[in-house]
Design a protein. Structure first.
Length: 211
């Protein structure tokens, strides 16, 4: 658009040159037009530059959103496995509370806890291999590191609880049903991890990424 106006201005100047009474007036008009078009060109250039920066920032933001989104989707799968393991653990202990003495099978209880322990250790190893995406900016990587650290402490406590329960249930050191119930309940109360609270960090990351 600015180039069309410039061409029109040049044509107008040619016409004015023929009809203006003095060259002084013509030079004044030329000076005014030069100033106006120079200012317009400068404003237009800055606007284009701002649009280019805004577009680049938008593309970078979308890329960061995708990077965090992919990482978080994989992380959520780990959380789902943690929840599953913890639910299985409570199901085993609840089942023990409802078991009659004549139906109690110490070997079966121990094997279930040992199998759950193996699965919990596998998940523990995966959690300890987590890392923040290097493509994120420094502040968001710091927040992801906090999420990972909290999750690692959580899975450590969870695995420790299950392991100690399996040790207590070992049939090589037999216990009567009531004693075993009491000891496993005590382990669950004393060793269970506190809740995994990462909502604050996740909300901060999403706010920063405009997600």
């Amino acid at each position: 658009m600015i180039y069309v106006l410039l061409i029109a201005a040049i044509i107008s100047l040619v016409v004015l040159y023929k009809f203006l009474p003095t060259r002084k007036i013509f030079l004044v008009i030329c000076t005014i037009l030069i100033v106006v078009f120079s200012a317009s060109a400068l404003i237009h250039s800055r606007q284009v530059q701002r649009e280019q920066i805004t577009r680049a920032q938008r593309e970078e933001l979308l890329e960061r959103q995708k990077i965090f989104g992919d990482w978080y989707a994989d992380y959520q799968k780990d959380i789902d496995r943690l929840d599953r393991n913890w639910q299985l653990y409570h199901n085993i202990l609840d089942g023990l509370q409802n078991t009659e003495a004549e139906n109690f099978n110490a070997e079966a209880l121990w094997l279930r806890l040992k199998e759950l322990e193996r699965e919990s250790i596998d998940e523990q190893l995966r959690i300890h291999m987590l890392a923040a995406p290097p493509e994120l900016d420094r502040e968001n990587r710091r927040l992801v590191d906090i999420i990972i650290s909290k999750t690692q402490r959580y899975v450590d406590a969870q695995t420790q609880t299950i392991t100690r329960s399996a040790v207590e249930a070992n049939p090589s050191a037999p216990k009567d049903l009531e004693t075993l119930r009491a000891r496993l309940h005590d382990i669950m109360i004393r060793e269970s991890p506190e809740g995994l609270f990462t909502a604050q960090e996740i909300s901060a990351i999403r706010a920063a990424l405009g997600d």
